[in-house]
Design a protein around this ligand. Structure first.
Ligand code: BG6
Length: 461
């Protein structure tokens, strides 16, 4: 029997999570990262004043969690290594307790036939390295390369899919433009330098991986299609600039090995090109990724600016466009994000047509909902809205596959409700709900639905 939406038999079904959001930073031996520090200094910036100390206690409960993954048909799972846990301080001695922990997690996953996808950096700069400037400082590039090489040596025999960064533009936006990550700087010039150094670090690590290891290495990007309000040239220009700044600034160097000419021109015209050292561009050119992870939550809709920017306000990307609220758009009102399922297809077609159809997968997609206990029935959260959300996106992904897009899997954000940065536990995303008082995990309706989908590699409408 063929299903309405039948996916390939070797499709990757699973979910993603990150170290800071799940492990519990107070568990075990760990150096401080910027989240520990920011929470300590400004707890009021976090929803309900909840910080990263305990999160969902994966550090102690990984065995149960991996059993739960297996129970809902995961054949793959993405985690991240906490740099400040593996190497407290970011440089120097390796923490043997962390090595044991990550070894146990990896081995447990493999014993359950779940392939570990491992990411090296998920927003969690070791504090000591942020103190010397974070990605502004090239010393941090070397420290990161060293950390990555250590991780490859320790775990590369069993981990065959690696990622250098998760959403590298987010620390740039949060930390250097829009004040939602530490160090809360607002400075477009620094933002550009930080973004650029991140890509140099990425290329160095891709190089190191290919010299020494035999799996695949990639990057995870939050690709956000920039839809113009209209076909008016001014709206088209606004959306083109957004695409350059927010998507192609990482996508092009990672996949094509070079920055878009229009981006170089734009930054040059505003005297905002980063400081480039000799050899950097050759390094980026020579070290492209094998596999691209795509995080997709929402589209970006833009229009030409209604008013000229205030010349006394800081120069920002928003000098080039206004956000556009399309009438009638479908919203996830809790997170305040538009839901536009077709975006996933548009991304795939773009990759097929303009990026050599690079091997890719959906590394995050998901729906954060507040107060999910409202949907409790007989002890289970009936999250039909999440099932509809996933279905809607999978249908468009299926169409992309039918049109020969090279997409290999779908990972939900996230496996179990976890701590979400400044939003802490406000929006819940998991297949499993987590009672943050008792840490009890309970499967939601979407978990059972997904288990069937993974088993059959598809679903009926
Ligand atoms: C992605 C991140 O941006 O979206 C995750 O990789 C994050 O770390 C997820 O948690 C959902 O966003 P938020 O802000 O609701 O937690």
């Amino acid at each position: 029997m063929t299903l309405d939406f039948q996916f390939p038999k070797d499709f990757w079904w699973g979910s993603a999570a990150s170290a800071t959001q799940t492990e519990g930073s107070a568990n075990g031996k760990k150096g401080k990262d910027i989240w520990d520090h920011w929470y300590k200094t400004e707890p009021n910036r976090f929803f309900d004043g909840v910080g990263p100390d305990l999160t969902s206690d994966f550090f102690n409960r990984y065995q149960e969690d991996i059993r739960n993954m297996k129970a809902i048909g995961h054949n793959s799972f993405r985690l991240s290594i906490s740099w400040s846990r593996l190497i407290p301080g970011g440089v120097g001695e390796v923490n043997s307790e962390a090595v044991t922990f990550y070894n146990q997690v990896i081995d447990e996953l493999l014993a359950n036939d779940i392939e570990p996808f491992v990411n090296l950096f998920h927003f969690d700069m070791p504090l000591e390295l942020q103190t010397i400037g974070g990605w502004e400082n090239r010393e941090v590039i070397d420290a990161y390369t060293n950390y990555a090489k250590i991780a490859f040596k320790l775990f590369g025999d069993r981990v065959k899919k690696w990622f250098t960064f998760n959403e590298p533009i987010v620390p740039v936006e949060g930390g250097y433009l829009y004040d939602f990550h530490y160090p809360n700087i607002i400075n477009f010039r620094k933002a550009i330098q930080v973004a650029y150094h991140t890509m140099v670090a990425h290329a160095k690590v891709v190089k190191a991986y290919h010299e020494d290891q035999d799996g695949k290495i990639g990057i995870i990007l939050n690709l956000t299609p920039s839809y113009p309000r209209s076909q008016h040239p001014a709206d088209l220009k606004a959306s083109h600039i957004c695409d350059l700044l927010f998507n192609r600034s990482f996508l092009d160097p990672a996949v094509k090995g070079e920055y878009p000419e229009d981006l170089i021109k734009l930054l040059g015209e505003h005297d905002h090109l980063p400081i480039i050292e000799s050899g950097d561009l050759e390094l980026i050119k020579a070290n492209k990724i094998d596999l691209l992870g795509i995080n997709y939550y929402q589209p970006r809709r833009v229009k030409a600016k209604d008013n000229l920017p205030n010349p006394n306000s800081p120069f920002m990307p928003d000098w080039f466009f206004d956000n556009y609220e399309m009438p009638g758009r479908k919203m996830n009102p809790y997170r305040g994000w538009e839901i536009y399922e077709k975006g996933i297809y548009d991304i795939m077609i773009n990759l097929k047509e303009n990026y050599d159809n690079i091997e890719s997968f959906i590394s995050e997609n998901g729906m954060g909902v507040q107060d999910e206990e409202r949907f409790l029935k007989n002890g289970r959260i009936e999250d039909d809205y999440r099932i509809d959300f996933i279905k809607g996106h999978l249908k468009w992904l299926h169409k992309a596959i039918e049109e020969n897009c090279n997409v290999r899997g779908y990972h939900l954000w996230t496996f179990m409700d976890n701590w979400s940065w400044m939003n802490a536990y406000k929006n819940r995303y998991g297949f499993y709900s987590v009672n943050i008082e008792t840490q009890e995990r309970t499967a939601k309706k979407s978990a059972s639905w997904f288990a069937e989908v993974a088993k059959q590699h598809g679903f009926n409408d």
